[in-house]
Design a protein around this ligand. Structure first.
Ligand code: ASP
Length: 400
């Protein structure tokens, strides 16, 4: 088991330092921002080639379409089920804490341009790229997955003649892993540059009126991780939850700092393989898919947000409306892109499904980045738990 204690310690120190500097220097800590931007660019530049090459190799090495189908069904069922639980936890916590009762938000409404979320049908149609190279160039992960699945499958069907292609991608994937490793060496500095300006920018005064919302989202996230992921890795993969959370913690901290599942993907893949022992084959299939469609943290957040906004406007939701919220949230979280702030836009879809005024979004937009940090962390930890669970049941988990 290779847990890079050193890197994790450095990241943690950077994190604490970022909070201290943010609190002390306030807005002027923004001078550190370029460090964060540099790190973000570095990890984003890895994503498209990494996902493409590892997925081609992953699928090409499975070989058997039946096995691929089974892994696919397991992965998607796990994603849907855990997202369903997440939204219920989100609603329950929100009812418990009642974040929208008696709040006085005399704050000016945030400027917010709400772009229309794409419809569900379009979301599905968009999975098929009309030009796979454009998909790679634009970094459209779902389309890249689609392309890679086909290339990987076709490599298997072609057999001997496609061996050079397979070998090429295998070598390329190794190169991408190496680059990820090198980039991670500067992660502590990057995280310092990402987190300090956020802390510095949000004074306590911005956070106070909405503190209950933040507490509700954070509590929901912690409950979900502890209840669902611990149980899942223990039951299906016989992995101790402690080992699981420790192994995934560098990626969790990167997710917390960047608020982007897609951006964290290279680190999630690296941690899941090196620290948690999930095979290349499983992680390269389960994780890119998860970073795109599995958003448990976003579901928790949307549950809390719906109740908060409804309470704020004095609306009582009926049981049927709550069921509608659960269903639309599952769809909304699938459609949410793994980039900062996407969950807030998809919230419009959930609110309109039960006729809650969309202006409600402006109420929480001001603290969305803080909520985004929590939900993104849960999003990627959920993906990693799926990789461990699927690998555990497929005999693809290296326990050492
Ligand atoms: N930022 C989240 C993610 O990347 C998505 C969201 O906004 O909920 O996972």
């Amino acid at each position: 088991m290779k847990i890079r204690g050193n890197l994790l310690t450095q990241i943690l120190i950077a994190f604490i330092l970022a909070i201290i500097l943010g609190v002390i220097f306030g807005n002027s800590v923004a001078v550190l921002k370029p460090l964060g931007d540099l790190f973000l660019r570095l990890i984003k530049f890895i994503i498209a080639p990494l996902v493409f090459t590892t997925l081609v190799v992953g699928v090409g090495s499975i070989g058997d379409p039946k096995q691929l189908g089974r892994i696919g069904i397991k992965t998607i069922s796990y994603y849907l089920l855990t997202t369903g639980v997440a939204i219920i936890i989100g609603l329950a916590v929100a009812f418990l804490i009642s974040p929208g009762k008696g709040v006085d938000l005399t704050m000016e409404h945030q400027d917010l341009t709400v772009t229309e979320p794409t419809s569900i049908l379009d979301t599905f149609l968009n999975i098929v790229p009309t030009n796979p190279f454009a998909a790679l160039a634009e970094g459209n992960i779902l389309q890249i997955i689609f392309f890679a699945l086909f290339v990987g499958l076709a490599i298997t069907f072609v057999g001997k003649k496609a061996e050079p292609v397979y070998n090429f991608f295998e070598g390329f994937a190794e190169v991408m892993y190496k680059i990820t490793g090198i980039v991670m060496k500067v992660a502590p500095l990057g995280i310092l540059g990402l987190v300090a300006p956020i802390i510095g920018g949000y004074g306590l005064s911005v956070l106070m009126p909405l503190l209950k919302v933040i507490i509700a989202v954070a509590l929901g996230c912690i409950l979900h991780a502890v209840l669902v992921y611990s149980t899942a890795v223990k039951t299906f993969a016989k992995m101790s939850p402690f080992r699981f959370f420790k192994g995934i913690s560098p990626a969790a901290l990167v997710a917390f700092s960047t608020a982007s599942s897609a951006g964290t993907l290279p680190v999630t893949i690296k941690n899941t393989q090196e620290n948690l022992g999930v095979s290349n084959k499983i992680s390269s299939f389960v994780l890119p898919l998860g970073a795109t469609i599995n958003m448990d943290g976003t579901a928790i957040y949307q549950g809390v947000a719906v109740i908060f906004i409804a309470q704020f406007f004095g609306l009582d939701l009926t049981f049927m409306q709550l069921v509608t919220v659960v269903l639309t949230t599952i769809l909304a979280s699938i459609g949410t892109a793994g980039v900062p702030g996407a969950g807030l836009i998809m919230l419009t879809m959930v609110l309109s499904s039960v006729n809650i005024p969309l202006e409600g979004i402006a109420l929480i937009a001001g603290i969305d980045r803080i909520l985004d940090m929590f939900r993104t962390t849960v999003n990627i930890v959920g993906d990693a738990s799926a990789a461990v669970v699927v690998a555990g049941t497929e005999g693809e988990l290296d326990k050492e």
